[in-house]
Write a protein that binds this ligand. Sequence first.
Ligand SMILES: Nc1ncnc2c1ncn2[C@@H]1O[C@H](COP(=O)(O)OP(=O)(O)OP(=O)(O)O)[C@@H](O)[C@H]1O
Ligand SMILES: [Mg+2]
Length: 265
Amino acid sequence: MLEMRAVRLVYNEGTTTEVVAVAGLDITIPSGQFVTVVGSNGAGKSSFIQLVSGAVRPTTGRVVIAGTDVTRQPQHRRAGRIGRVFDNPHAGSVPELSIEENLALAMARGRRRGLRLATTRQRREQMRAPLANLGLGLENRLHDPVRLLSAGQRQSLTMVMASLTSPEVLLLDEHLAALDPGTASRVLDLTVGLVRRLACTTIMVTHNMEHAITVGDRLLVMSRGRVIADFDAEEKARLTVPELVGHITGAGDVVSDRMLLEESA
Ligand SMILES: Nc1ncnc2c1ncn2[C@@H]1O[C@H](COP(=O)(O)OP(=O)(O)OP(=O)(O)O)[C@@H](O)[C@H]1O
Ligand SMILES: [Mg+2]
């Protein structure tokens, strides 16, 4: 279970550049739930993700993961429990290191203290299976530097890296945004399969209304640092794209072309 209790996040508090990024989040996400999050630019979606990952600390309020209050826990202390994939395909892996080296880093990151590192051979076997599942032939390119991969291949690799740590919580911040529609759709399928297999609590931020509705089992709409609509699986299944857009515009927020153009991607 992931809980946000009266969480506020204010940047540059008390100065002329003060920004209330999160104005009050009270959310309980049961273990294993897959939540999609939409909202216009600046609604606070990435801030929400960063608060969960520990990249930023709330100004007030509490973040609780599986009963443990992690509000003051530094990001690296919860890194083993949290998988994260960014919108930028280049952010999730180290370009000069090989696929194998990147995967080894991911494995080391998720390793519990005191646990022995696997031998190189064991490790390679552990890596090959999830890579082969991607169907991109990356399992035969273990020694290639990651910079040689396309954006879609790299984002797929980042998904595999995130999965190797068997995270309790998976955070996806517009992770399909830089991909062409076909690749986005493949990486989305991969995401759905991975979430199902890991049974991890997942938060997926997207500007794609269609994905927001069809993927996962709950949908949150954010506006100005708050959740303004919360649809469960049944309500979500009945929701249409125009209705969802209506929730965003109804809050006085702008719906970008991207949200609509990507609709059928
Ligand atoms: N480091 C920061 N310093 C100051 N203000 C920030 C910082 N990070 C975010 N903000 C502000 O907080 C608000 C929420 O930003 P956030 O990135 O969470 O929005 P978002 O919903 O992810 O938007 P987008 O769809 O554009 O990614 C915005 O007004 C943003 O300018
Ligand atoms: Mg964002």
